[in-house]
Design a protein around this ligand. Structure first.
Ligand SMILES: Cc1cc2nc3c(=O)[nH]c(=O)nc-3n(C[C@H](O)[C@H](O)[C@H](O)COP(=O)(O)OP(=O)(O)OC[C@H]3O[C@@H](n4cnc5c(N)ncnc54)[C@H](O)[C@@H]3O)c2cc1C
Length: 401
């Protein structure tokens, strides 16, 4: 086993650093998920997507025929980690052209769909911004309970129903949506299909939900006889549950490098702060309680890093990680929660200051993380659901659903 990256990966990291130094100077960077960004940050986010594409990084792990570079999983890891560390926005193309739509289309989409939708994602164009509509008011963890119906009529599906928590729907050109195409199926996991929905279709109503940080990320979507061409069915009709399991694995395995890079940066800024602030005549960095807390956070982050290297190594050998992706998600949530709590304890009253205010300390990042971690631990499958997966696939416990 070699714990060193090769020359290629180190060169890539240095290039991303240099890119960030030039491109991010003078901008109030949106750290974290760009779909969390305010409206005034969105144009910059899209500019960065285009530039990342021009650099060949945006979809670097995709095959060349689909606008990628055929990069190795380790190069991809370095890119995600460093871009997150630097706080470069624009890496996902909504929720999420890059995270799962492109890869799922390559796996089970038609050739026509690949040609039509993948190039705009890889080019970082506004036409390549996606949202994902799985959740409904009565179907979150219990995804198989979705009720939004798409009933076939000639060469169209007629869509009726409601989705909720659809991040980025107000910016997305396309929606990756799960619907019920066979309401009479005997098992609820059967009769589900994946469709590509044009967000400009008549009959769609988008209602914003403002989150507790005062930011518009989520939406409710209502469908009133929306027409979707049958050609927009992805994969096999009524096999959506099985396609979705693969898409979710794509979603979860990139979480550790993404949040690992971001957390590392935040820890560094907190450490810098402890050197600058004095309490009763001594720098906070000399306080034993503060030092121990920082050391604990650093050790947790090292563990997360090892988890993300291990999953990447397995993927580079063709293993499809299931338990490991769930493990990384649970552990990542724990790392972020503890880092946000330690950071808030250290910056004290400043953790109450608006994260975009000029009075914010450590670039508002501790407050942002504190606001963000509860949502992250729910998005993409809650911690409890991930632990069920660990129980089943690692410990051989009975299935939890
Ligand atoms: C930041 C964020 C972004 C999101 N973006 C999107 C998006 O873009 N598209 C989309 O479709 N959805 C999105 N969601 C919704 C998300 O997928 C759901 O919130 C999530 O699946 C949980 O569903 P729920 O809210 O209905 O909670 P529920 O499923 O009702 O869960 C409630 C509680 O019960 C627990 N629980 C449920 N089932 C079990 C079980 N079997 N065993 C143990 N505990 C259980 C859960 O862990 C949770 O604590 C987003 C959510 C967040 C927070």
């Amino acid at each position: 086993m070699d714990f060193k990256f090769g020359e290629k990966e180190e060169k890539l990291r240095a290039e991303i650093r240099a890119f960030a130094r030039v491109e991010l100077s003078g901008h109030s960077v949106v750290s974290g998920l760009e779909e969390e960004g305010r409206d005034e940050d969105w144009e910059f986010t899209m500019q960065m997507s285009r530039k990342l594409s021009q650099k060949g990084w945006l979809t670097m792990a995709w095959p060349k025929e689909y606008g990628g570079q055929g990069a190795s999983p380790f190069e991809q890891l370095v890119y995600i980690d460093e871009a997150s560390y630097q706080g470069i926005p624009g890496t996902t193309m909504g929720v999420s052209g890059i995270g799962w739509v492109g890869q799922s289309l390559m796996l089970f989409g038609s050739e026509e769909q690949r040609k039509k939708y993948i190039p705009s994602i890889a080019a970082g164009e506004p036409d390549g911004v996606w949202c994902t509509a799985y959740s409904e008011p009565n179907a979150g963890s219990d995804f198989a309970n979705i009720q939004t119906k798409a009933i076939k009529s000639g060469d169209e599906y007629i869509l009726n129903g409601q989705k909720i928590w659809t991040s980025c729907a107000h910016r997305a050109r396309w929606c990756w949506i799960a619907v019920r195409t066979d309401p009479g199926a005997q098992k609820k996991q059967h009769g589900i299909s994946l469709l590509i929905l044009d967000m400009k279709s008549p009959g769609i109503t988008i209602k914003p939900i403002i989150n507790f940080a005062g930011v518009h990320i989520f939406n409710e979507l209502f469908f009133d006889n929306v027409k979707v061409p049958v050609a927009n069915l992805v994969g096999t009709e009524n096999r959506g549950w099985y396609h979705l399991m693969q898409s979710l694995a794509f979603e979860r395995h990139s979480i550790a490098p993404q949040f690992g890079g971001m957390s590392r940066r935040i820890l560094e800024t907190i450490i810098k702060f402890t050197h600058e602030i004095r309490y009763n005549g001594t720098a906070l960095a000399e306080d034993p309680v503060v030092r121990h807390k920082l050391a604990e956070r650093a050790l947790e982050m090292e563990t997360l890093k090892m988890f993300s290297y291990e999953i990447t190594w397995k993927m580079s050998r063709g293993v499809i990680p299931i338990y490991e992706a769930a493990r990384n998600k649970v552990y990542c949530d724990l790392v972020m929660q503890r880092l946000a709590t330690t950071g808030s304890e250290i910056i004290g009253a400043y953790s109450q200051v608006d994260m975009w205010s000029k009075w914010a300390k450590v670039m508002g990042n501790v407050t942002r993380l504190y606001m963000m971690f509860p949502g992250i631990s729910i998005a993409g499958g809650t911690d409890e659901v991930q632990k069920n997966i660990v129980g089943q696939f690692k410990l051989g416990l009975p299935r939890a659903y």
